[in-house]
Structures are given as C-alpha cells and as structure tokens.
Design a protein around this ligand. Structure first.
Ligand SMILES: Cc1cc2nc3c(=O)[nH]c(=O)nc-3n(C[C@H](O)[C@H](O)[C@H](O)COP(=O)(O)OP(=O)(O)OC[C@H]3O[C@@H](n4cnc5c(N)ncnc54)[C@H](O)[C@@H]3O)c2cc1C
Length: 379
C-alpha cells in the first residue's frame, strides 16, 4: 500500500480548499457550523453552495461523464468527503445525493427516472432524505411496517418513519415500504415530499436539530413510476446503496483538532503535564491515527475492487472508540468547556452523542466482524 498522495491528488485537494475559501462566507464557522449540518439554515445554505461547487466541477467529479462527472475514482470522492468534513460539511444533506442516492439511481432507475432525478443531483439543487428507520425498525430494518399497497397503476402508502434527517426541507424521499407479507418484501419508492398526505414532525432532543424528525404517510398516492427497480427488490437496492457508505464519515480530522483544543485549554490552566492527561491524550491521538490508516486501507481496497470484507467495520469501530474516549476525556478534564465555556468542544460533544447509533450501530459492527470476519456463530 502506498501511503503518499500523488501530485494529481494533492492538486485536486488544493482545488477543493481554494473553492471552500472562496465560497464559504466569512461568518461560516460562527454562524453556520455551531448549528447542525441538518439544520434548516445549513440545508438552505447547501442550495447555494452545491450549485457553485458543481459549476467548478467538484460536486460529482467521481461520477461518470454521462451524468456530469469526470469519471474520477473513489479516492477523489473520499478526498472531497475529508475536506468537506473538516469544513463543517457545507454540502449539508447533499453528501448523500452524490455518495449513494445518485449512484444507486444510475444502477437501478429507468432511463426516464435517471433523466428526471440525476441532473438535479449533479447540479446541487435537490434535497433528498432517507426514509428507512421506523419506530421498532432501526437495526432490524426488515421489521419495517410502512405499507405501500398496489391499487391499479398506483401505490397507496401508509405508515411512518423516524430519525428522517433533513425531512423538513427535503424535496424527495428515498422511501422503503412494505409491499408484501414476507420479511424482505420491501420496495423503494421515490416520493416527492410535497405529495398530499406526507407530513413531518420534528422532535427536540439532545441530538442536534434537524435529525429527529418523524415523517407520516397518510393515504399517500404515487404513480407506479415512483417505484425504483422491481417490486420487492428494495432489500437488494438498499444493500447496494449502503455499500457506498462503507467507510462512513471521516471522523479523525475533527477529532484530532478537538483534542488539540482541549490540550491547549489544559496548557493554559497548567494541567497539561499531568501524566494521566498525557497518557490518555496520547492514546486518543493514536486511536484516531489508526482509524485514519484503516479508513485509507478500505478506500484502497475499494479502488482496487477487492472483495468485501470486514475491514470497513473495523475502521468504523476504531474511529468510534476514539470518539468515545475523546468525549470521556472532555468530560473528565475540561468539564467547564462543555458547560458553555467553549462552543466548539460543546458542539463536538453534542454532535457525537449518537455517533455509535447512526448509520449502523456500534454493536452491529461488532456482530458483523464476529460473524463475517471471525466466522463465529450467530448469538
Ligand atoms: C443522528 C442520526 C441520524 C439518523 N438519520 C437517519 C435518516 O436520515 N434516515 C433513516 O432512515 N434513519 C436515520 N437514523 C436512524 C439510524 O440509522 C438508526 O437509529 C439505527 O439504525 C439504529 O436503530 P434504532 O435507533 O431503532 O436502535 P435499535 O436498532 O433499537 O438499537 C438499540 C440498541 O440495541 C443494539 N442492537 C440492536 N440489534 C442488535 C443486535 N442484533 N446485536 C447486538 N446489538 C443490537 C444496538 O446496537 C443499539 O445499541 C439516524 C440516526 C441518528 C442517531
């Protein structure tokens, strides 16, 4: 494995940084990033920012030329993700569009559906939300109960979704609904959020604003051409879609930055020489570096089209362990900073409270490593 970046990759990264310097407003970090990237303000900002990124050829560079990309490889997609994450994810929800919704449409959509949806994604003008989880169907997604009943050439949808990030401002929902009694008789429907019978309720919580939404579907009628793929193909489509998110969010950059802020605070207080502080901080830094190396390994395997294995799960667990250790460190050594003393540390803590749950829980990752990686029997 080659650990260096090529000159072309360095240049590409610099192009992204230059675009960020040019496009982010001066008050970006003060005004926007303390809010969640799922907040209404940041979603609206993404409607301005993403088209400008697209104009510079940086939004979907890894897509095929036919759909507005440059046919770039997975490293380019990943470098973009790293730089956006460090900048506070100014793409808002549109990271999902370019990472998995677009590519999944390319694979399963009809030519008419591709023409209808892909240009909006490539131009950065459409907001999508992901309607998978339900009360009682999170990790066990196949337990979902939202029903799509076939009536002639239409589907009638009834049920509800929870944790639907961005739903308040989304134009479209990538919805999973049950079309049969069997556990995996599930179908994907592409539902405009403005359809009659769709409503969104937001719930307050510890988690940052914009994630904990419930979406209700009450006798929602959509035409059959809202269906992605075949009826009952939803499970296969979602498995394919989620494989694009194998590496998850690159967490190490921000983690190291936050650790540095905490250390600076402890230095200012004359407490950074405490051997316990030093040992704990060193361990956390090492964990983040391990997460970085493992994540790069997974991207490398992807570029080389290596068969699926559990390295991605190991990378995620390593990153999550580092995040949890850092959160414990902040509580133990800089508690005042978390109680209003430092907006950035507080923000980091709050945003990571659900880190072990979102996009495949910590325990689920362990299960996958145990079963698929180590060949242990199902518990
Ligand atoms: C910030 C945030 C944003 C989200 N955004 C979206 C979104 O946009 N769209 C969407 O559809 N969903 C979204 N989700 C939902 C998320 O994907 C689910 O919360 C997740 O799949 C877990 O489901 P759950 O909350 O029902 O917990 P559960 O599945 O009930 O899990 C609860 C606990 O039980 C453990 N557990 C469950 N099953 C097993 C098992 N077999 N073995 C061992 N332990 C197990 C879990 O690890 C966890 O600790 C979001 C969640 C969060 C926190």
């Amino acid at each position: 494995m080659e650990f260096g970046w090529s000159q072309a990759q360095e240049n590409y990264r610099e192009r992204i940084r230059a675009a960020l310097r040019e496009l982010l407003p001066a008050d970006w970090h003060e005004t926007y990033t303390p809010q969640s990237y799922a907040s209404d303000a940041q979603i609206e900002f993404s409607r301005k920012f993403c088209p400008q990124l697209a104009e510079r050829g940086l939004l979907v560079r890894h897509w095929p030329k036919e759909w507005g990309g440059e046919g770039g490889d997975d490293w380019e997609q990943f470098i973009l993700a790293e730089e956006m994450k460090v900048a506070g994810e100014p793409r808002g929800p549109q990271y999902m569009n370019v990472n998995w919704i677009g590519p999944t449409l390319m694979r399963f959509a009809t030519p008419e559906q591709r023409e209808k949806y892909l240009p909006g994604i490539a131009r950065g003008t459409t907001i999508w939300c992901q309607g998978f989880s339900e009360p009682g169907a999170g990790t066990d997604l196949a337990a979902l109960r939202t029903k799509a009943e076939r009536i002639g050439d239409r589907y009638r949808i009834n049920g509800s979704k929870i944790w639907t990030s961005y739903a308040r401002k989304a134009d479209m929902c990538f919805l999973l609904a049950r079309t049969g009694a069997g556990r995996k008789e599930i179908t994907v429907l592409l539902v405009p959020m403005a359809t009659m019978g769709v409503s969104v309720t937001s719930n307050p919580g510890l988690c940052k604003d914009g994630h904990l939404n419930e979406v209700f579907f009450t006798d929602v009628d959509v035409a059959i051409d809202a269906r992605l793929g075949e009826e009952g193909q939803g499970w296969a489509i979602v498995t394919h879609a989620l494989s694009f998110e194998r590496t998850g969010v690159p967490r190490y950059h921000v983690g190291i930055e936050v650790l540095g802020l905490a250390i600076a605070q402890l230095k200012a207080e004359g407490r950074a020489d405490d051997p316990i502080v030093r040992a704990r901080a060193g361990m956390i830094a090492a964990q983040f570096e391990a997460a970085r190396a493992l994540t790069y390994l997974v991207v490398d395997q992807r570029v080389k089209r290596a068969p699926e294995n559990t390295d991605a799960n190991v990378a995620r667990i390593t990153a999550l362990d580092a995040v949890v250790e850092l959160m414990n460190f902040l509580v133990e050594f800089t508690p005042d900073c978390l109680a209003g003393g430092d907006a950035q540390l507080e923000e980091y803590y709050r945003i990571n409270v659900p880190a072990g749950v979102t996009a495949g829980t910590y325990e689920l990752q362990l299960d996958l490593i145990a079963q698929r990686g180590l060949g242990l029997p199902r518990g």
